[in-house]
Design a protein around this ligand. Structure first.
Ligand code: DX5
Ligand code: ZN
Length: 220
């Protein structure tokens, strides 16, 4: 099992995005988490395809695209062309979750499936064989800088248990409100891909990444 830090650029200083990203890469963050919001599935609008395309090639990090948009099946091909390596969709946002996951894999990408805090974790069970990563949201999606919802820990444990029951070596990602003070708890619960936004980019991205990476690496 690989343990990975995925800094979310949602909280970055966009006028210095290139150099901010670079700091996280230099300190060992293997993924870069890219939060796309449509103002429909979530009550906020962030950034999308042209921004992803413009950072393509500027980093060797895996582009981990989290689509908080309705019916993401419409945009799989566009995000692939713009440089996505992983596309995570929301279970709550798709009419046909199986077809959407299939479209992601048929595009040659890794498929992630996410659930919001109010969604029952058991709903992931029918899809575990069709995904590379489950994303357990630990805040209500839409904004960076919110507080971690403690009920998440039990959902992470249960997801790891369901994956093991099915003999799957699944990546489990957790996203929202993670900082130096609770990152160990999510790792201990069974998550191995950790998204951190404000905890990386508010303040010194280099120092923050370094400190978080020390903890993440200690789990390898
Ligand atoms: C929330 C996003 C998160 C967010 C995390 O909707 O999916 O990726 O950027 O930010 P923090 O770590 O500040 O909660
Ligand atoms: Zn996210």
């Amino acid at each position: 099992m690989e343990y990975i830090l995925a800094p979310s650029i949602l909280s970055a200083d966009f006028k210095n995005l290139g150099s901010e990203m670079k700091k996280t890469e230099e300190e060992g963050a293997r993924y870069l988490h890219f939060d796309v919001m449509d103002g429909m599935f979530v009550p906020n609008i962030s950034f999308g395809i042209p921004v992803l395309a413009s950072i393509q090639g500027a980093t060797g990090q895996v582009m981990d695209v989290h689509l908080m948009i309705r019916e993401p099946i419409r945009y799989v091909e566009d995000f692939r062309k713009a440089g996505a390596d992983i596309i995570t969709i929301h279970l709550e946002a798709c009419q046909d979750v199986h077809a959407t996951l299939r479209a992601v894999r048929e595009a040659g990408l890794r498929a992630g499936l996410s659930i919001c805090p109010e969604t029952d974790v058991e709903k992931l069970a029918p899809y575990l064989r069709e995904i590379d990563m489950a994303l357990i949201m630990s805040v209500h999606p839409g904004f960076g800088g919110q507080s971690f919802l403690p009920g998440t820990l039990e959902k992470i444990r249960r997801t790891r248990e369901m994956a093991q029951e099915q003999g799957l070596d699944l990546d489990i990602q957790v996203d929202g409100g993670i900082s130096m003070s609770n990152i160990r708890q999510v790792l201990d619960a069974g998550a191995n891909v950790i998204v951190v936004g404000s905890g990386v980019f508010k303040g010194d991205a280099k120092e923050n990444t370094k400190a978080l990476m020390e903890i993440v690496k200690s789990y390898e």
